[in-house]
Each structure stands twice: as C-alpha cells, then as structure tokens.
Design a protein around this ligand. Structure first.
Ligand SMILES: [Zn+2]
Length: 249
C-alpha cells in the first residue's frame, strides 16, 4: 500500500493504512479508519475526530462543495490577519468557504514591497491580478502576542526569523510611545497603529496603489476586540476607530 508518509514519522501503521484510504490506486483499503481507535497524540486525535464531523457535514452539503471544487474561486475579500488561533476570520465575518482569500501571519504584517519577504506580496498580486478582489482588509486584534513581543522583550533572539518579523511592528511602537500612551491601553493602541502602518505598507505595492488611485480597490483597517467579539474600523478621514456595526464603543 502506498503511504502518504513514506518515512512513517509519527504515524502508527494502523493509522497509516487508514489514512491511505482514498489515495490508493487499484487496491481496496483493508479497513476503514476508526476515529474511536486510541491514538498516542491527543491533539492529532482531536483533529481526526473533527475531520470526521466535517466529513458528515460535507456529505450533507455535497452540492455546495462540488461547486467549490469545480469552479474557480471568487473570494469577496483579501483578508490580512494575524495567525492567532483565537481570531478566526471566517467565524467573525460569517464567511463561507470560498469567500475569504487569507494572508495570515504573526501580527497581521505587510512587509514593504522592497523588503525581504515575497510571500505576502505574492498573495497580494494573486488576489488582485488573478482573483479580481477589490476589497482588502487588514485586521489586527486586541491581545496580539506578535505586537506585544517588542513591548515585553520576549525571548525572540536577535537574529531569528521571529525577531526580523516582529520588527515590522516597531514603527507602531515608536508612534504610541511618542504619543505617551502607557498602561493597559498601550498594547491595543499599538495594535491599532500597526494596522494603520500596514495600510501604508500595502500602498508600497504598485498594484495596490494604482488600484486605490483609480477607485477600483478599497483598503480597510479593522481591529477585532477579543473581549467583546466586536470589529472596529479605522476611519482615515479623522483617524478614529469606530464599531463596524455602529454600536458605539
Ligand atoms: Zn496577533
């Protein structure tokens, strides 16, 4: 039987044969995967059980998923958000599969176009040029560990990928420090400022700047308040952050 994991790293034999189901050519899997079977890693077991629930949902909604699989994606938004596991873009926007094209990284950062990173720029170009997306959301969040890393002086090292990446939050820290904001508000105010700086960075990509100048592309700066489950939007006209639903703050 062909294994998806030829090295067998971390995959017990029984599990491997179960995972092979559906990807074996000319051979019938010996047994169906038993999600109740003991698995040495509780985290992976949890994912497998979750996938079993998804499979049931998939079967119930086959037409929708067939449509997704057989037509080109046409997402509504390019979402640039944090990797934080607690901030789930589809959940907080009520989006279905196919609706959000996502870039997620630590502290929802957009490296300037001439910087060290191609990953974000590639996704931006693909979203605009190939998917025709005309709305870009940069969404930060309260309690962002990626933003806090520079405040707290976390052990991120001097010459690590992480140190280089969180350095992208430095302009926001400098601005908020210069504004004299301190205490409990400092981290979240820095997260807001960081979103604003990422909007500036987005404009260093010619494809974004040209699209905004012609009115084809709109860039939105949002912040997700994890305590309240609310989104706030930045208004560049007066620099204010307002509840997206107009519920006041
Ligand atoms: Zn974060």
């Amino acid at each position: 039987m062909i294994s998806k994991d030829p090295a067998g790293v971390g995959v017990p034999d029984a599990q491997r044969s179960a995972e092979d189901e559906g990807c074996v050519v000319g051979e019938t899997p010996a047994q169906a995967h038993d999600v109740a079977a003991p698995y040495p890693d509780a985290d992976i077991e949890d994912a497998i059980e979750g996938h079993a629930r998804f499979r049931a949902a998939f079967e119930k909604d086959r037409a929708f998923f067939r449509d997704l699989a057989t037509t080109k994606q046409k997402p509504r938004l390019l979402w640039i958000g944090c990797s934080d596991s607690r901030v789930v873009p589809a959940q907080i926007t009520g989006a279905d599969p196919g609706e959000l094209f996502e870039i997620r990284n630590i502290a929802n950062s957009v490296p300037p176009a001439d910087s060290f990173d191609d990953s974000v720029g590639a996704a931006i170009e693909y979203a605009i040029e190939h998917l025709g997306i005309d709305d870009i959301v940069v969404c930060g969040h309260t309690g962002c560990g990626g933003v806090a890393a520079l405040i707290e002086g976390d052990a991120i090292g001097d010459d690590t990928h992480l140190a280089r990446w969180v350095d992208l939050t430095r302009p926001a820290h400098a601005l908020i420090r210069a504004a004299g904001v301190d205490g409990p508000e400092r981290a979240d105010e820095t997260a807001k400022a960081h979103v604003q700086f990422q909007i500036d960075n987005l404009m260093t990509y010619a494809i974004v700047a040209d699209g905004v100048a012609s009115g084809r592309i709109t860039v939105h700066g949002w912040l997700y308040d994890m305590h309240e489950g609310r989104l706030f939007a930045y208004d560049s006209a007066d620099g204010a952050w307002r509840d997206l639903l107009g519920e006041g703050s």
